[in-house]
Design a protein around this ligand. Structure first.
Ligand code: AMP
Length: 282
C-alpha cells in the first residue's frame, strides 16, 4: 500500500469489504473496511468530489494526502494509499480502534496527570518527526487526535498542515480556542504554532476546558492576545510550569519540543508504551 506515485498500487472499492460507519465528516463518511485479499483492517474515508469542488478544497485535499502519505510514525495516523472513481475520493487510513480523544475527554470530564503527560509526550514526539520533515500541523486539538489500541495518540487530519515557512493567512472555521497569537494577528509563523497548541491541549486535558474559552469570538481573541492564563487550583504545579512556558505570546520564548519532552513533569508522569509495529500491506 505504499503511496509513491510511480509504484503506487491502484485499489478499487471492490478490493474491500465495507463494515460499520466509524463517523461522519463534513465531506463524507468514514467506514471500517477490510482488504479482501488478506483481511487487513483499515478505515476508509469516502469524500464526495462535488462537495470538495464546491468549497474549492481540491488543493487542500491534495496537500493533505501528499503530506500524510509521507509520514510514518507510531503517533501519526497512517495514510496508506488513496484511489478515486467518478464521484468519490477514497482515503485508505490506519484504523484507530479507540476513536477520538475528544470523546474520551467528554466522557471523563478531565484526564489525570499520567494520561495527560503520556499524550503530551506522544504528541511532542510526533511533532518532532513532522518538524524534521518541515511539516507544521497547525491544528492540534482533541478532535484531531485519534486513539490506537493501547490508547496511544494518532495525530490525524493534516488538512491545515503546511510545509514551512508559511505566509498563508487563516480562513478557518471550527474552534478558535487553539489559535496562537501570531495566527490571529496574521503574522508569518513557523513551527512554534504547534507548541502553542501543545500548551492549550495540556491545559484542556487537565482542566476539561481550554484556557481562553469565552462566550464570544472577540473575547476569545482578546484573551489569547493578552495570554490571559489562569489555573484552577486542581492543576498540579509541574503542569502549570510546563503550560506557562508553552503559552508565551512571543513564539521564540516558547519551550521547544526537546525541552517539552525533557520537562520534569512530563518525565515524571508519562507512561508511554510503544504499540506493536503495524502489519505492512504490500
Ligand atoms: P473526519 O471526516 O476525519 O472528521 O472523520 C469523521 C469521524 O470518523 C471522526 O470524528 C472519527 O470519529 C471517525 N474516524 C475518522 N477516521 C478514523 C480512523 N482512522 N479510525 C477510526 N475512526 C475514525
Amino acid at each position: 500500500m505504499e503511496p509513491s506515485t510511480s509504484t503506487r498500487r491502484r485499489f478499487t472499492i471492490n478490493d474491500f469489504e465495507i463494515g460499520r460507519p466509524l463517523g461522519k465528516g463534513k465531506f463524507g463518511n468514514v467506514y471500517l473496511a477490510r482488504l479482501k485479499e488478506n483481511h487487513f483492517i483499515v478505515a476508509l474515508k469516502v469524500l464526495f468530489k462535488s462537495q470538495i469542488e464546491k468549497e474549492g478544497l481540491e488543493h487542500q485535499l491534495r496537500r493533505e494526502v501528499e503530506i500524510q502519505a509521507h509520514l510514518q510514525h507510531p503517533n501519526i495516523l497512517r495514510l496508506y494509499n488513496y484511489f478515486y472513481d467518478k464521484r468519490r475520493v477514497y482515503l485508505i487510513l490506519e484504523y484507530a480502534p479507540r476513536g477520538e480523544l475528544y470523546k474520551e475527554l467528554q466522557r471523563m470530564q478531565r484526564l489525570n496527570e499520567q494520561r495527560t503527560a503520556t499524550i503530551i509526550e506522544e504528541v511532542a514526539l510526533a511533532l518532532t518527526y513532522c518538524h524534521e520533515k518541515k511539516v507544521i500541523h497547525r491544528d492540534i486539538k482533541p478532535e484531531n487526535l485519534l486513539l490506537g489500541l493501547m490508547g496511544e495518540v494518532k495525530i490525524a487530519d493534516f488538512g491545515w498542515s503546511v510545509h514551512t515557512p508559511s505566509l498563508r493567512r487563516k480562513t478557518m472555521c471550527g474552534t478558535l480556542d487553539y489559535l496562537s497569537p501570531e495566527v490571529i494577528e496574521g503574522r508569518t509563523y513557523d513551527e512554534k504554532v504547534d507548541l502553542w497548541c501543545v500548551g492549550v491541549l495540556c491545559y484542556e486535558l487537565l482542566v476539561g476546558q481550554p484556557p481562553f474559552e469565552s462566550s464570544t469570538h472577540s473575547e476569545t481573541y482578546k484573551r489569547i492576545l493578552k495570554v490571559d492564563l489562569k489555573f484552577p487550583e486542581s492543576v498540579p504545579l509541574g503542569a502549570q510550569d510546563l503550560i506557562s512556558k508553552l503559552l508565551r505570546y512571543n513564539p521564540s520564548e516558547r519551550l521547544n519540543l526537546a525541552e517539552t519532552l525533557k520537562h520534569p513533569w512530563v518525565r515524571e508522569h508519562s507512561r508511554r508504551v510503544l504499540p506493536p509495529v503495524a502489519q505492512v500491506v504490500s
